[in-house]
Design a binder for this molecule. Structure first.
Ligand SMILES: Nc1ncnc2c1ncn2[C@@H]1O[C@H](COP(=O)(O)OP(=O)(O)OP(=O)(O)O)[C@@H](O)[C@H]1O
Length: 464
């Protein structure tokens, strides 16, 4: 074979090891169309593996713990078998519960279920506190239709309340609200429980939601109530996925294409960041900082730089949900090119086309590094992860990389002329930032201690 042909073929080989053996999904008739509508022609390895353990020979005989690299398709890995199994159900009951730590992640997972479940006649609900509890209840619980004017025993009415959804995606807080107060909300028919982002879910107690759910499902299991879970042979086995935040494997001994470090003087960090952003020429980026306060400060500063030819927005837990959703939509659609965020908000977030991750603040732990880096190069796409380091951080960063099976990574060089030319803009942006911070601080002082989280952070040096 000619060298050029071989080179061409090699170019087509997927970079990531887990993508090298795709599976033809045409045999899964029921969901085939839905998957094709999503533009998916093959299953990813983790999806095939879970399918084998559930619908395939494994036949849901045991609980599952799924651990695979970020961006490898874990959501669909559990969504597909659940939807496939429930597709034969006759009566609508809440049979699958997926719990995630944040509202944004829950919305994302709900979208995946919503893309495939209707194809087999299933409905998906969301309990995340996005709307009022009354609105949520009316979405989740179907009231009996009684003739007007006839009086019924409340107990009968209660028994007639039924779930409007087969699958519920929830955050722990709202789930607990429904468990404790919503009439007609029951877990007695639950067959599948997915604990997504498990390490985080188990580290934080979240009102003891897990013991509560397990206790409630066990009560019904133990009592073997007639009619409960009896439509499927595997009904008592719940499905759990555990996302351990371990190190991405599979790159040992090979160059790691997505890793770039950059060293700069600490006071000039924002300058270097701007130079990098300009260098990336409008490619979609997420810039990670260490806290909501520095997210706010950095984003404000960047926007004072004048015309950077990229739209930069903050994405933070201090913002209202509606603001965050709007920002995320604009980022997905490419109207915003740079999102500045801290870790809590973006974990597990799936946004197509993020080409670059920039660690403005170095991550403290390797797992944080992996989660951040995992926002790019998803589903076999390419991407890079750039870390801005102060000189004294280099040694620690190298150690952190070794924990991720990486011995080295290239330095990213920016011509000094591009950094120097930005200096005057930086000085004037800093001045404007100081004024903004001062006016924000005095405004918040008038409002009261509610905003103490922001003002505390703002006491830090602005140039930091
Ligand atoms: N079979 C498939 N074919 C093509 N693309 C897919 C397939 N399955 C999933 N994807 C895409 O891959 C991306 C990553 O999927 P997903 O968010 O489920 O990854 P993940 O493993 O949960 O990542 P993380 O650990 O970071 O949460 C998504 O954009 C999804 O649409």
């Amino acid at each position: 074979m000619e060298e050029s042909t071989i080179a061409k073929q090699n170019k087509n080989v997927p970079v990531l090891p887990w993508m090298r053996s795709p599976v033809d999904v045409s045999k899964f008739e029921e969901l085939k169309m839905a998957l094709q509508n999503m533009g998916f022609k093959t299953l990813f390895p983790v999806q095939l593996a879970v399918w084998q353990e559930t619908i395939g020979p494994g036949a849901f005989e045991r609980d599952l713990c799924i651990n695979s690299p970020t961006g490898s398709g874990k959501t669909l890995a559990y969504a597909l078998p659940i939807v496939q199994m429930l597709s034969t159900r006759a009566v609508k009951h809440l049979r699958a519960l997926v719990v995630l730590p944040t509202r944004d992640l829950a919305l994302q997972v709900k979208q995946v279920f919503a893309a495939i479940a209707p194809a087999v006649g299933l409905s998906v609900g969301l309990a995340v506190g996005q709307s009022s509890i009354a609105d949520e209840i009316s979405e989740l619980i179907k009231k009996p239709e009684h003739e007007a004017g006839i009086c019924y025993d409340p107990q009968d009415v209660l028994q007639e309340l039924q779930s409007s959804v087969d699958i519920l995606v929830a955050t722990p807080g709202r789930l607990m609200d429904h468990i404790t107060t919503t009439k007609g909300f029951t877990l007695e028919h639950l067959c599948y429980l997915v604990v997504d982002e498990t390490d985080r879910m188990l580290r934080e107690a979240y009102q003891s939601w897990l013991p509560t759910v397990l206790k409630l499902t066990r009560i019904y299991d133990e009592n073997l109530m007639p009619g409960v879970n009896n439509f499927l042979p595997f009904a008592s086995g719940s499905l759990k996925t555990i996302r351990r935040c371990g190190v991405e494997r599979g790159f040992k001994g090979k160059s790691y294409p997505r890793l770039v470090k950059m060293v700069c003087a600490s006071k000039l960090k924002p300058l270097y960041l701007v130079a990098v952003l300009q260098h990336l020429g409008g490619e979609k980026c997420i810039v990670f900082t260490s806290s909501v306060e520095s997210t706010h400060r950095l984003c404000t500063l960047l926007n004072f730089f004048g015309d950077l030819k990229v739209k930069i927005k903050e994405y933070s837990g201090l913002q209202r949900q509606s603001v965050r959703s709007k920002t995320l939509k604009a980022f997905r659609e490419g109207e915003i090119q740079v999102l500045v965020s801290s870790d809590a908000m973006t974990r597990g977030m799936d946004i197509e086309g993020v080409r670059n991750i920039i660690n403005y603040d170095m991550p403290a732990y390797v797992k944080t590094y992996v989660h951040r880096a995992g926002r790019t190069a998803r589903a076999g796409q390419t991407g890079r992860c750039i870390t801005l380091l102060r000189v004294h951080e280099v040694k620690r960063f190298k150690k952190l990389l070794q924990k991720a099976d990486n011995d080295s990574c290239p330095s990213y060089s920016i011509p000094s002329s591009s950094v120097e030319s930005l200096h005057p803009f930086y000085l004037s942006a800093l001045e404007k930032l100081k004024e903004t911070v001062q006016s924000e601080t005095s405004r918040k002082a008038k409002v009261g201690p509610k905003f103490s989280r922001v003002s505390k952070g703002e006491k830090k040096s602005l140039e930091e």
